[in-house]
Design a protein around this ligand. Sequence first.
Ligand SMILES: O=C(O)COP(=O)(O)O
Length: 220
Amino acid sequence: MDRIALFDLDGTLLDSAPDIHAALDRLMAAHGRPGFSREEVRLMIGDGVPVLIQRACAARTLADSPGLVAEFLADYEAHAADETRPFPGIPEALAALKAGGWRLAVCTNKPEKAARIILDDQGLSPLLEAVGGGDSFPVRKPHPGHPLGILARMGAEPSRAVLIGDHHNDTRAAKAAGIAAVFAAWGYGGPEMAEGAPVAAAPADLPKILAGMLAGLLPG
Ligand SMILES: O=C(O)COP(=O)(O)O
């Protein structure tokens, strides 16, 4: 029976905050503004790059513009994999799920190009059937059209899918799309962002949790 695991990227598969933080601080410095703490950056991640830049500009009284987003992205794409690594246990969990018959894909609000740069660099791309970024569809999480668009590309049913993420954008997109959700407690989101979804404490727990959810997925 078909089974699909859709993964959020930043804060779920990848500890990407160090490179996002460094690029954001370089952008602020280029515009004469002070940088941020790591915690401040973690809290700004989750809604894609244009919103990240909006939040940073608002915090530093800098006029937000599409030019700043392009400036950030050109720099970030060149350094996206400098320090970014999968969270411990993620490569093993993905391999175990794939071996267990799960079809794997990424559903991230990160721009698709930057997502692919890191996934290629870290050798994760061969495990994935699809990567849907924050700019791959007209909508992005928490809009259900984002995970649903990825499933449509895979020829897969929402009733056979689980979305694993660390942000309320993930749990909300899943709920609105009729997809089961699992909250990744090791990521950047506070525990309140689980919003009632089952919680995985560590990546190593995923194969067991997802296996347990199989029975609850509708036949298809
Ligand atoms: O880039 C972001 O802001 C968030 O990306 P994510 O959806 O993979 O957490």
